[in-house]
Design a protein around this ligand. Structure first.
Ligand code: SF4
Length: 365
């Protein structure tokens, strides 16, 4: 249930839309204020933006739109190509769902995204947030879009002191009351822009905000203390090792991870299971017989639910031994174009310190 506020928040939508008409961020997937965007571009950008910043998504979005300008072209692309172009964006189940969704829209919907939230949520990878965003932004229909920025802005407008995530139902109820019947897509993007540029997590710039007169947190002088958050549990730490092995022609052994689960379907430098404690000896997991040398330093990577620390071993395999190994031997100058997630790019960087970061090479492909 929405808490009672004495403030009349009806001026929020008109004031914010006036501000948006002047100050909307220019983003590659965006139409101009007042215009509807291409549903394919909105969907693609929204999937990429889940858990990922606007700054990171830009080049990936442009690359996908250039390679696959329509949903039919994306549907026709081999999944391995999609995974390769997604490498580095993280949360790889998104890429598999992206492709599955493109196939479904191309085949079952004649290449047209449905324009209502319920139908959109039946498509792979589209949850309530993305369905609302596509409905509002691409089709201009009323839908309440709530992302992290909107959580923060609404929490402050209504001075909601209950900590996140407990306050989510109240935030939704209050956000519903703010959403206008017209220009719902612009309103959603305006809320996101306000949260990203003015009502920022630390030190909000209230002196530049178009909503100060209707903001309860501002009136009470508590804006920068909101939203409150329930204390987080410490992230568990897991440990493992990777085996970076070359054969006589310099090719490197990679393996494809199983399709389901973390980094599913992506390529990897052969790795051990990730364990709750560091092992004394990882040799039983080595992909082949070789003289393994431990690299100085460790690879560390933080996933949503745990932190991972990897030891990296390097080795050289003879031709006979290499022929027996399962996996894919990949030329070193082709590593950058492989579907290697960021974690594995860090492993390669530690194993081949003179080669520089793989991401800069990938962009040339
Ligand atoms: S007045 Fe300050 S706290 Fe309130 S919405 Fe604007 S920037 Fe955020």
């Amino acid at each position: 249930m929405a808490a009672k506020s004495k403030t009349d928040h009806r001026p929020v939508a008109p004031a914010l839309l006036r501000w948006y008409d002047k100050h909307a961020r220019v983003l590659p997937w965006r139409s101009r204020p007042g215009e509807h965007a291409d549903p394919y571009a909105v969907w693609l950008s929204e999937i990429m933006l889940q858990q990922t910043t606007v700054a990171t998504v830009g080049k990936y979005f442009r690359d996908f739109m250039q390679r696959w300008p329509t949903v039919e072209q994306l549907a026709a692309a081999p999944i391995d190509d999609v995974m390769k172009r997604w490498a580095g964006l993280g949360y790889y189940s998104r890429a598999r769902n992206l492709h599955a969704c493109a196939v479904m829209v191309a085949h079952d919907y004649n290449g047209q995204f449905p324009d209502d939230e319920a139908a959109l949520q039946k498509l792979p990878g589209i949850g309530p947030y993305t369905a609302a965003a596509i409905t509002a932004i691409a089709f201009g229909k009323r839908a309440t879009v709530i992302d992290g920025n909107v959580d923060r802005v609404v929490t402050r407008l209504f001075a909601i002191e209950m900590p996140l995530p407990l306050s989510k139902p109240e935030i939704r109820a209050q956000a519903e009351t703010l959403t206008p019947d017209k220009r719902a897509g612009d309103f959603a993007q305006a809320m996101m822009d306000l949260g990203a540029t003015i009502c920022t997590p630390k030190s909000p710039s209230c002196n530049r905000c178009p909503l100060t007169e209707v903001c309860d947190a501002y009136a009470q002088g508590i804006a920068d203390t909101l939203p409150r958050r329930a204390p987080k549990k410490p992230r568990p730490v897991r440990h493992g090792a990777c085996f970076f092995v070359t054969r006589p022609d310099g090719a490197v052994l990679l393996r494809k991870r199983v399709a389901k689960g973390l980094l599913g379907g992506m390529m990897e430098v052969p790795t051990t299971p990730w364990l709750d404690a560091a092992a004394e000896d990882y040799s039983e997991f080595a992909p082949l017989k070789a003289k393994w040398k431990k690299r100085m330093g460790l690879v560390e990577h933080t996933f949503t639910h745990f932190h991972l620390i990897l030891t990296v071993f390097v080795g050289a395999a003879g031709a006979k031994e290499a022929a027996k190994a399962g996996g894919v031997w990949t030329a070193q100058d082709e590593l950058a174009g492989e579907a290697l997630p960021s974690l594995m790019r860090k492993v390669v960087a530690l194993a081949m310190p003179d080669e520089g970061p793989l991401f800069s090479k990938q962009s040339k492909k």
